[in-house]
Design a protein around this ligand. Structure first.
Ligand SMILES: NC(=O)c1ccc[n+]([C@@H]2O[C@H](COP(=O)([O-])OP(=O)(O)OC[C@H]3O[C@@H](n4cnc5c(N)ncnc54)[C@H](O)[C@@H]3O)[C@@H](O)[C@H]2O)c1
Length: 358
């Protein structure tokens, strides 16, 4: 099979951008890597670790670099738009982290630019690539569930991680930034069926006491055009010392021919030790007890990264270099998901049900 050589720019040298850069550097089709960050020093440090040939504090410089023909945007949630638009203007395929944007207007600008320039864009809903959800999707595709009529899901995490996200992007609420993974998965499982209405309620005091006007817990009911009912909830204010290194999740899918029960709470993998266990996402936070593989993006072993972000990055690079299939969220999927999560927040705020354009 023919392989197209890739030059990859990674914009945002934070936690996920650093992973993406190191993963891209290890992909056989990648011959050039460039990184940028608002903080040029951070970009330079990542360039050194990942072996990038160029680093900058100026995003446009690396996006426009003549050797770059693919762009990963891993900036903070409210900073996705400008680098995504720049890459699309230059016709360079984009992988942008979830959520695609924080407003529908920005998502629409991205979709319009991608259409106008004929540039592919995928969105990093990496949880699709956790093996249990990929194989669930496969069973659904094979028809073993029949028609999906109901789905229930719940994600939880600690207040320490919630506050870490809100400090970075105050409007990236647990619904818009985290429940979004499971709204995406529900939409992926129900592929081809449009969501119609959202009703949600939320409550919370923990984040408000910390200065963020955000609910600790929000639970939503989404109805689809075929009558399917989807109940999704998020609780993000567990005590900081809860043994989560990332999200705990439970998803149940019910269809006319079968059901899937996906217990993703990691309670079956417990590490207890007298030595400090570092939290991969929150610098300085240490535990004595941890649910082992609960780190949401994955984990390192002997210099290789294992887990959903590793598989997703490889799939995207394989897609660009060798034309392999790419079951990542499309811009349209991500826009629909954003519409639902914003409607969940609005319904929780007003107490009213929200109709969706879908
Ligand atoms: N797929 C996953 O498992 C996963 C996990 C966590 C976060 N994310 C997503 O990844 C993105 C980044 O999250 P993170 O945890 O890496 O955050 P982070 O705070 O660790 O990193 C963000 C980086 O972007 C830089 N930045 C901000 N604005 C910029 C701009 N305009 N230009 C260049 N650099 C800029 C910041 O300086 C920082 O270094 C978010 O969209 C988040 O939702 C995905």
């Amino acid at each position: 099979m023919e392989t197209r050589e890739l030059g990859v720019a990674v914009i945002g040298a934070g936690r996920i951008g650093s992973l993406r850069a190191r993963l891209a550097a290890g992909h056989p089709a990648v011959r050039f890597l460039a990184v940028s960050d608002l903080d040029a020093g951070k970009a330079a440090r990542l360039a050194k670790t990942a072996g990038a040939g160029c680093s900058s504090g100026d995003n446009d410089e690396v996006i426009g670099h003549p050797r770059v023909n693919a762009v990963i945007v891993s900036t903070s949630e409210h900073e996705h738009l400008a680098p995504v638009m720049r890459a699309l203007e230059l016709g360079k395929p984009v992988l942008v982290e979830k959520p695609i944007a924080l407003t529908l207007e920005d998502a629409d600008r991205i979709i319009a630019k991608a259409g106008e320039t004929g540039t592919p864009l995928h969105v990093g809903y990496a949880q699709r690539f956790k093996r249990r959800y990929l194989s669930a999707k496969d069973q659904i595709r094979e028809g073993r569930l029949g028609e999906i009529t109901a789905l229930a899901g719940r994600a939880c995490n600690t207040r320490a991680q919630g506050i870490e996200i809100l400090r970075r992007s105050a409007t990236a609420t647990p619904v818009v930034d985290v429940l979004t993974y499971w709204v995406d998965v529900a939409g992926w499982f129900l592929e081809g069926v449009r969501p119609r209405e959202v009703t949600a309620r939320g409550h919370g005091t923990v984040f408000r006491a910390a200065g963020f006007d955000v609910n600790d817990g929000t639970f939503a009911l989404i109805t689809y055009e075929n009558g399917a009912v989807v109940s999704l909830g998020v609780y993000f204010a567990l005590p900081a010392h809860a043994p989560q290194l990332g999200m705990g999740v439970r998803i149940e899918v019910y269809g006319t021919e079968g059901a899937l029960i996906l217990n993703d709470d990691h309670t079956d993998e417990l590490l207890v030790t007298n030595k400090p266990i570092p939290h991969a996402y929150i610098p300085g936070l240490e535990f004595g007890t941890a649910f082992l593989s609960s780190s949401t993006p994955g984990n390192w072993h002997l210099g290789d990264y294992w887990g959903p972000v590793a598989d997703e990055s490889r799939v995207w690079l394989d897609h660009l270099s060798r034309g392999r299939p790419c079951p990542m969220a499309t811009a349209a999927d991500a826009r629909r998901t954003l519409e639902i999560t914003l409607a969940i927040e609005e319904s929780a705020r007003t107490g009213k049900s929200m109709r969706l354009a879908g």
